[in-house]
Structure formats: structure tokens, C-alpha cells
Design a protein around this ligand. Structure first.
Ligand code: FMN
Length: 332
């Protein structure tokens, strides 16, 4: 549906800058925000920033690439809401693996209400570690989320009850493995503790005040926060896996785009989302998750979907680095 084609138009360079700013709200592993944007008059370049990577937890940069892919898709959504359809060139320079994507825009197109709604969801979206209520995710909602993941080339599989039980076992193995890894513990502490770099990491307000009573255990950040989770559960939650045929940097970047697409649409649908990445980060449990998928493809990320328990206060938004800390604007 077309809402307005005569809204004030930004020149592409201003639209690129606004997109980089909006993309700063993207989700990232431990809220590391491992990206850097370069705004040019004729393009927007996305780079990985390995100085905010997790060399112990994420040595292959899987989760770094998924996080950057989410930021990339946020930028596409922000451009779309300004009337620009972005063309994306992933990994444009084989000699510079940290150059993750180049976005360019062409003609201005009419802005639709759906595009604006999705861009608004960027400001509303958050990770929800509150338990879910008994309202299930509907088949129609799931179809829509599968469709938007598919649009960027990533499959979404809903786990049945047996597979969710296998996920619970894999999560428990992953937590045990992480508990005995000093590098793992150190990195989790670095991004969740009081010494976390300003504008990044997880503040106590988004970390549960006790171990939630869910069949599939939530990630243990090794510290208790102040987020009230009560005695709720995950009986009506839906667990899904984002997966695909490839398992390389391009695929992880696409997985991040799919994560953003699914999460922003879920936000519009009023669904709560919680990623589970520890089972993918650890080699042995990633193999387990591949088996859960019956070898259909490579798992990129597990997500819990559901309706959050509104009796518990909404978690606040996690902090973000400033525009100047993540973006360079190149002169025209
Ligand atoms: C690739 C990726 C993996 C994540 N893994 C987990 C996880 O295993 N457990 C968890 O509680 N949150 C996980 N998160 C959520 C992040 O902690 C969250 O996005 C970040 O703290 C920013 O907060 P926000 O999403 O509320 O803006 C993950 C996010 C991304 C993008």
C-alpha cells in the first residue's frame, strides 16, 4: 500500500547516514556491535570491527558475521522506509575479508506503510528473556516469519516437541562446556560485568534475576541481573532454527539478514524473540543441532518465539555506541 510519495526526500548520502544510524540498534552477540560503517556520497560500506569480536567464544567469527548481517538488514529496512531500494553486494573485495557489504541505491520509490512500520520496529525490538505465556505462535505468524527468512535465502525450521527436547539437551551440554572454558567465562564477564566498554554489553536490567524455569535453559551469563522472570515457563514457546546449505562467511552474513527480518516482523506481530547461540558456537553441539535438522542444512541460530508475560516489566533497551563511534562519513 502506498502512503506517501511526496514525503521530503533525503539525498542518498543523507539517507545512507540515517541508515547507518538506525542500524546501530541491531542486535549483536553480547551487544558487542562489531561493525563499522563508511558513508560515501554514492554508497554505504559495512566493515567488521574485530576489535569488538570474541576471539575465545567466536574464533571463526560466526556470531560476529550474524550480528553484522543483522545490522546490514536494519540498514536496508531504514533505506526502504526513506524510499530507497538498496542493492547489496556482499563481501565485495576478496582481499579485504572485513569489508562485509556495499549498499547502493538508485531511484527513489514510493514509501509504503509496511516499510515505515518495519523501520519503526527497529526502535521497539529487543531481546526478551522474560518467560512466555500460554498463547502459542500461530501457523500464519510462523508462515510469515518463514517467508521473510526465505526472502534472503535462509530456511526456518520449527522444532517439534521431540526436537525441542533434543535442543534442551544440546543447550545443557553447551552450558557445561562453556562453564569449563576460561576464555568463555572471561569474555562473558567482560561484556556483562561492570567493566564492560561504555555503550556496549548487557546491563543488569536485561539479565534474569534468577534461573528461569524453562525446559530449554536460557544462557547463563554467570551473574544475576534485575530482570524479573518469576515462575513462568516456555511450554507454549516455539523454537525455530535458521539454517541453510552453506556454512561460510557469506552464509553467516545472510543468516544475520534473516535474523533481522524475522525479528523485526515478529516485533510487528507482537511476538517476543530470544536467540540461543551457545549451541551453535560450540562445535560439538552445533553437530547435535545439525542432526536435529536431519542434516537438512547447517544451523545458524536457534530462536525462541512466543508471547511475553506482560505481568513482568518490559526490559529496558540495551545501550549503544554513538554514531561517531561506529561510522565515518567520507567527504563528497
Ligand atoms: C548472533 C546473536 C547471538 C545471540 N545469542 C544470545 C544468546 O545465546 N542468549 C541470549 O540471551 N541473547 C543472545 N543474543 C541477544 C543479544 O544479547 C542482544 O541482541 C544484545 O544484548 C542487544 O540487546 P537487544 O537485542 O535487546 O537490543 C544474541 C544476539 C545475536 C545477534
Amino acid at each position: 500500500m502506498t502512503t506517501s510519495d511526496d514525503a521530503p526526500r533525503r539525498a542518498p548520502a543523507a539517507a545512507y547516514a540515517a541508515a547507518a544510524e538506525a542500524a546501530g540498534r541491531a542486535p549483536s552477540i553480547h551487544n558487542t556491535q562489531p561493525w563499522h560503517w563508511q558513508v560515501h556520497p554514492d554508497r554505504l560500506d559495512l566493515f567488521a570491527d574485530p576489535s569488538r569480536g570474541l576471539p575465545g567464544t567466536d574464533p571463526d567469527q560466526r556470531m560476529l558475521l550474524v550480528s553484522c548481517g543483522a545490522a546490514l538488514h536494519h540498514a536496508q529496512v531504514a533505506l526502504h522506509a526513506q524510499g530507497y531500494e538498496a542493492a547489496v553486494r556482499p563481501l565485495p573485495d576478496p582481499d579485504r575479508p572485513d569489508h562485509l557489504a556495499t549498499l547502493t541505491v538508485d531511484e527513489h520509490t514510493p514509501v509504503t506503510a509496511d516499510a515505515v512500520r518495519l523501520a519503526q520496529a527497529i526502535q521497539l525490538r529487543h531481546t526478551d528473556r522474560r518467560p512466555n505465556v500460554d498463547t502459542p505462535v500461530t501457523a500464519e505468524q510462523l508462515d510469515e516469519l518463514r517467508r521473510v527468512a526465505g526472502a534472503v535465502g535462509v530456511d526456518l525450521h520449527r522444532l517439534n516437541a521431540d526436537q525441542a527436547a533434543e535442543l534442551a539437551v544440546a543447550v545443557s551440554h553447551a552450558e557445561d562446556a562453556a562453564a569449563t572454558e576460561p576464555a568463555w567465562q572471561a569474555e562473558t564477564g567482560q561484556w556483562t560485568g561492570p567493566g564492560r566498554p561504555a555503550g556496549t554489553g548487557l546491563p543488569p536490567e536485561v539479565i534474569p534475576d534468577r534461573r528461569p524455569q524453562t525446559d530449554v535453559g536460557e544462557r547463563d551469563f554467570g551473574t544475576r541481573g534485575t530482570l524479573e522472570v518469576g515462575g513462568g515457563h516456555d511450554k507454549a514457546s516455539t523454537y525455530v532454527v535458521l539454517f541453510g546449505a552453506e556454512d561460510d562467511r557469506a552464509a553467516w552474513l545472510r543468516a544475520g539478514q534473516a535474523l533481522s527480518a524475522v525479528w523485526l516482523h515478529a516485533t510487528v506481530l507482537g511476538l517476543a524473540v530470544l536467540p540461543y547461540s551457545q549451541v551453535i558456537e560450540i562445535d560439538a553441539t552445533r553437530v547435535m543441532m545439525r542432526r536435529v535438522l536431519s542434516q537438512l542444512g547447517h544451523p545458524y541460530l536457534v530462536l525462541r518465539l512466543g508471547v511475553a508475560d506482560a505481568d513482568h516489566p518490559l526490559p529496558g533497551h540495551t545501550p549503544r555506541l554513538s554514531f561517531d563511534e561506529t561510522t565515518t562519513v567520507e567527504p563528497g
